[in-house]
Design a protein around this ligand. Structure first.
Ligand SMILES: CSCCC(=O)C(=O)COP(=O)(O)O
Ligand code: MG
Length: 251
């Protein structure tokens, strides 16, 4: 039996955010509405400011020069949960004050802070891969409900749809791996609630284990990895699930 702090063969723990380290409801019912609530004020105060130009100019041309069309487009993308990079960059900017003022705090599942802390202490690298922009990821982990709240200091790298690509593309995981040519893909493990992301990561050579958390939709019963889904992360549960998936593959 592996010791409680034994992360087995893994050198890198790559973590998804929504539905994996925090409830989906925090993103859908708190973060997204917060950004929409403050959007009109930002548009009134900053539309012509240089601080807003990088977000505004990343939008498609038809929305860039028309405030009402811009706002309507943001609301439509959020309603459809479209993971467009330009929307994610804007959301990160809109959330900043909320986190810094203490209005927003990222509610990590209770097993997540000890999991990250132990992995870091054991010498593993913790990295994040989320559709949320890298600045938004950094705000999220710097302002958590954990004690101490700033977990960002334990995270060694950050990936999003800009620097890696869409999370269901195998090429995105290959891109992430290419940043660390000295670490074999077999020493990486990706944890995510999205089975399409899990499948893509596995095709890149990484290990990957699905997460099923309170508030997530049940995973489809026909998927071969659903039976290995974890509802809680410990070094042992993650290492055992990865080993079970690997042995199933070679059976
Ligand atoms: C940085 S927290 C916001 C996450 C977000 O915007 C999102 O769309 C969730 O996507 P994930 O890839 O973390 O499931
Ligand atoms: Mg997710």
């Amino acid at each position: 039996m592996a010791a409680e702090t034994d992360f087995g063969e893994f050198q890198v723990l790559l973590l998804d955010i929504e539905g994996t380290v925090c409830p989906i409801s925090f993103v859908k019912d708190v973060l997204f509405p917060y950004a929409l609530d403050v959007l009109p004020t930002f548009l009134t105060e900053q539309w012509d400011e240089s601080s807003f130009a990088e977000y505004r100019n990343a939008f498609p041309e038809e929305y860039r020069n028309d405030r009402s069309a811009f706002e309507a487009h943001v609301r439509d993308l959020v309603a459809r949960d479209v993971k467009a990079s330009y929307l994610k960059a804007l959301q990160g900017y809109l959330w900043k004050k909320g986190y810094e003022s203490g209005v927003l705090k990222a509610p990590l599942f209770p097993d997540v802070p000890p999991f990250i802390t132990n992995a870091h202490a054991a010498g593993q690298k913790i990295m994040i891969y989320s559709s949320g922009s890298v600045p938004a990821q950094k705000l999220f982990f710097a302002h958590t409900t954990a004690q101490p709240p700033d977990m960002s200091v334990l995270i060694s790298d950050w990936f999003d749809t800009v620097n890696a690509g869409p999370k269901t593309d195998v090429a995105s995981y290959t891109t992430i791996l290419s940043h660390y040519p000295d670490i074999s893909p077999a020493r990486w493990i990706f944890l995510s609630d999205n089975l399409n992301e899990v499948d893509a990561a596995r095709q890149s050579g990484m290990h990957s284990v699905p997460a099923v958390r309170p508030g997530n939709a049940p995973l489809p019963s026909h998927h071969p990895l659903t039976e290995f889904a974890l509802s809680e992360f410990t070094p042992v549960s993650v290492a055992q699930a990865a080993a079970a998936i690997a042995s199933k593959k070679s059976a």
